[in-house]
Ligand binder design. Structure first.
Ligand code: FES
Length: 106
């Protein structure tokens, strides 16, 4: 099972199972990260699943679609190098070692 490292808003890091086929948002919610509000349920229309992902060359992420990019550009704590909507990332075995930092959503 691939593992991802998650840092919460308090700076605490823990390693969790990343079930392939689920979105990153679903895995975070399943692991009780209540900071991930995911108000639209994963329809790419709310940006309340915003996270920062540590870029690692060996770990490819899905290409960002235009609607995701537009939402992120309007979001607080937007970082063009690290911001993603976690509902738009379907996890695979290749995501083992991914590092994710939760972002405060206001
Ligand atoms: S859950 Fe709404 S954009 Fe991801």
């Amino acid at each position: 099972m691939p593992k991802i490292k998650v840092t919460n808003l308090q700076g605490e890091q823990r390693s969790i199972d990343a079930t392939p086929g689920l979105s990153l948002m679903e895995v975070l919610r399943d692991n009780n990260y209540e900071e991930i509000l995911a108000m639209c349920g994963g329809c790419c229309s709310c940006a309340t699943c915003h996270v920062h992902i540590q870029p690692v060359e060996e770990i490819a992420l899905p290409i960002m679609e235009e609607d995701e990019e537009l939402l992120l550009e309007m979001a607080d704590h937007y970082d063009p190098k690290r911001s993603r909507l976690s509902c738009q990332i379907e996890l695979t075995e290749q995501h083992d070692g991914l590092e994710v930092t939760l972002v405060e959503v206001e």
